[in-house]
Design a protein around this ligand. Structure first.
Ligand code: FMN
Length: 155
């Protein structure tokens, strides 16, 4: 999506300007709870924002909150939670953009929603090859109802 690395030193410069009286939030390249905390502390900002890492993985926010509170990693979402979020995203996408574009644009998100599930490839292929809402929902419902058949290899 973007190449290169975000330069947080400029954000720190703004934050550390003695005339700065408003909160400064930093963003760019935050993709884990550890990095969120590390960057917030290292650059002295009041908060961090997250873009790309939350696309298809909205659980990053609760994982960061948990890490700040406890210093430990929260378990990743279950397969069913992933389906529920993905289905809601799909339905909102259709509501916002209409069925054709809504279903098509959703295809780029399945990889992220179901990242780390072993042997998911065939389901992903089915999800991206159909353009019928009923079929997409049927596949998602199947995954949700049979979540014990799917093994999460990493989160
Ligand atoms: C899908 C998408 C849309 C974005 N739209 C805008 C935008 O309209 N204006 C803007 O200033 N930045 C936009 N950005 C940049 C983000 O606000 C953010 O600065 C950038 O993604 C770096 O943060 P990240 O590494 O957490 O993704 C967009 C980023 C993404 C991924």
């Amino acid at each position: 999506m973007y190449k290169g690395e975000a330069d947080w030193s400029l954000i720190a410069e703004v934050k550390n300007n003695p005339r700065m009286r408003i909160p400064v939030f930093g963003n760019g390249d935050i993709d884990s709870p550890e990095k969120a905390v590390e960057y917030k502390n290292r650059y002295g900002v009041d908060g961090v924002m997250i873009g790309r890492a939350s696309i298809g993985y909205p659980w990053i926010f609760r994982e960061i909150k948990h890490y700040i509170k406890t210093g430990t990693q929260l378990e990743g979402p279950t397969v069913a939670e992933r389906v529920i979020a993905c289905r809601e995203h799909l339905l909102m996408s259709i509501k916002w953009k209409g069925p054709k574009l809504g279903i098509t644009e959703m295809k780029r998100h399945y990889t992220n929603y179901f990242k780390g599930i072993s042997h998911f490839k065939d389901y992903r292929t089915k999800l991206v090859t159909t353009s019928e809402l009923d079929e997409v929902l049927e596949i998602l419902n199947y995954i949700e109802a049979h979540q014990e058949e799917f093994i999460l290899v990493n989160n």
